[in-house]
Design a protein around this ligand. Structure first.
Ligand code: SAM
Length: 242
């Protein structure tokens, strides 16, 4: 069953995204001492692509939580080593201090941020950590200007119920909840991926915007010399410790 939801692209695109973010994720999980953690939660796990990685990395128990049952059912092989949980992140079905590592990737932007972070604070045990990799579409760097997509992303994400500026809000909200926060920005620029247009196409767009995206994709496809185009979406790499 393939879930039709704006907050969950196809498994192929989710895998591409996870691959782009892999170096940052590896670095962050090392910082957070993930190997030694015993109770891990992948919050907004989608198809569980990263839950599987977490289960390989740590000998602890990994819970893969998502509110979408179709997502959890769509790729059971990725979840074989993690315990799936279908629930809303704003009302987590776990006792206080249940986890020593909570992981989030491209998920917080889709969630009601303040109630959800309060829940994370509740379920993280003293000495535990929240690791988050979340974007900030307001900081996109794009060139040439006629290929800019940031306004389309921002409008479409808001229409879909997401917060495109989640990245910049996280540090202050987490500090306010008593976390000790460290934030890095994903610094390396890589050649822009054509799949970015397919990801944008999966959001609620007007028919005019859909035509715009298709035209931009065609135009971008013609710029095939190295560094003829730049499309950088900043990701906040957050480590928040209790
Ligand atoms: C873009 S996907 C990211 C999936 C996964 N973290 C990854 O990187 O492969 C966002 C996920 O967040 C989930 N999600 C959104 N709001 C949620 C909520 N309130 N509670 C639980 N899951 C939620 C969606 O169902 C979706 O699977």
């Amino acid at each position: 069953m393939k879930p039709e939801q704006a907050d969950l692209p196809s498994l192929r695109l989710i895998r591409d995204q996870a691959a782009w973010l892999a170096p940052a994720r590896t670095w962050l999980l090392k910082q957070a001492n993930a190997r030694q953690r015993r109770r891990l939660l992948d919050l907004g796990c989608g198809f569980g692509v990263v839950s599987k990685e977490l289960a390989k990395l740590s000998r602890g128990r990994v819970v893969a939580l998502d509110h979408s049952l179709p997502a959890l059912l769509a790729a059971p092989s990725t979840l074989r080593k993690a315990a799936p949980a279908c629930a809303d992140a704003a009302t987590l079905p776990f006792a206080d201090a249940s986890f020593d590592l909570v992981f989030c990737q491209l998920a917080l932007l889709w969630m009601p941020l303040e109630p959800m972070l309060a829940e994370v604070r509740r379920v993280v045990q003293p000495g535990g950590v929240l690791v988050a990799i979340e974007p900030d579409y307001g900081g996109m760097i794009e060139h040439p200007p006629e290929l800019a997509t940031a306004p389309l992303w921002i409008d479409a994400l808001r229409r879909a119920g997401a917060d495109p500026l989640v990245g910049r809000k996280l540090p202050g909200l987490l500090a306010g909840l008593g976390f000790e926060v460290q934030v890095e920005l994903m610094s390396q620029l890589t050649a822009p991926a054509r799949q970015r247009f397919d990801l944008l196409r999966g959001l609620p767009l007007t028919s005019y915007e859909r035509k715009q995206v298709d035209a931009l994709k065609r135009q971008a496809g013609k710029l095939d010399r190295p560094w003829q185009q730049v499309a950088h979406l900043p990701f906040m790499l957050v480590t928040a410790r209790l």
